[in-house]
Write a protein that binds this ligand. Structure first.
Ligand SMILES: [Zn+2]
Length: 252
């Protein structure tokens, strides 16, 4: 591990796991053997210490009424995580310390948390699993800082922050945000199965059946839709919560 890199991260209040990932450590064991402590790291905001989410995750799995044989994670991070990452890049630049490989925070999250969950549910982690555990992290307290970012560096909120970074020197971000608050993050844990795609052909001999659900003000001649007709059967068969029809019309 590059000690100059990890020393800088730790010196800026970062945690050991962030120090390892910025230094490019790819040994999962190195992360798994670091202690799970209360984390006030301004770079991962405690996300890399996920045993605090264990019970919430187990509760979510238990309330999901479907069978599965393995699982995988999907992680969504709040914008502040990307802003802090860019800040760090600026810090390394001005410090004259070159970075080689950076391990993605989402990968480290999976490395440290999947063994914990796998052991509790006695099922293996599988990157190709149809069953997904979604972790959607949010950080409402950081919203004003994100607002400041867009005000200062342009771009629209709808535009990806990563797109804005492309046109901004990371040293400017470093200078603009001098104090790094270690905000609290919330997480929503949801389970879902990968979509199932069903293809087929159909004939629609009635004009009173539309392709998709359709309502017209003041009433309509339409009595049902192909999407609804197919959806009723498909949803029942797959125990699905919804069904969307993508139709192409073939005219003879
Ligand atoms: Zn950290």
């Amino acid at each position: 591990m590059n000690s100059a890199i990890s020393a800088l991260v730790l010196n800026e209040g970062g945690c050991l796991r962030c120090a390892l990932r910025l230094a490019g450590e790819i040994s999962m064991a190195s992360y798994q053997t670091t202690p799970e402590t209360k984390c006030t790291c301004p770079f991962c905001l405690g996300i890399l210490y996920p045993t605090q989410y264990t019970q919430q995750t187990i509760d979510s799995i238990q309330s999901f009424d479907s069978e599965f044989t393995d699982y995988k994670f999907q992680v969504t991070l709040p914008p502040i995580i990307y802003l802090r990452h860019e800040w760090l890049l600026g810090k390394f630049k001005v410090s004259g310390i070159p970075l080689d490989r950076i391990v993605d925070i989402k990968d480290v999250f999976k490395w440290v948390f999947s063994p914990v969950i796998g052991q509790m549910i006695s099922k293996p982690f599988n990157l190709n699993s149809e069953f997904r555990l979604n972790f959607a992290f949010e950080c409402p307290d950081s919203s004003f800082e994100i607002e400041e970012f867009f005000n200062e560096f342009g771009g629209k909120k709808k535009e990806s922050m990563l797109t804005v970074f492309k046109g901004v020197n990371s040293e400017r971000i470093l200078n603009r945000f001098q104090v790094l608050k270690a905000y609290e993050v919330d997480v929503k844990v949801e389970c879902n199965l990968a979509p199932v795609y069903v293809t087929g052909n159909y004939l629609k001999p009635s004009r009173k059946v539309s392709q998709t659900p359709w309502s017209v003000e003041g009433g309509s001649e339409v009595v049902d839709s192909v999407q609804d007709c197919i959806g009723r059967v498909v949803c029942k068969e797959f125990a699905a919560t919804g069904c969307v029809l993508h139709a192409s019309v073939f005219v003879k």
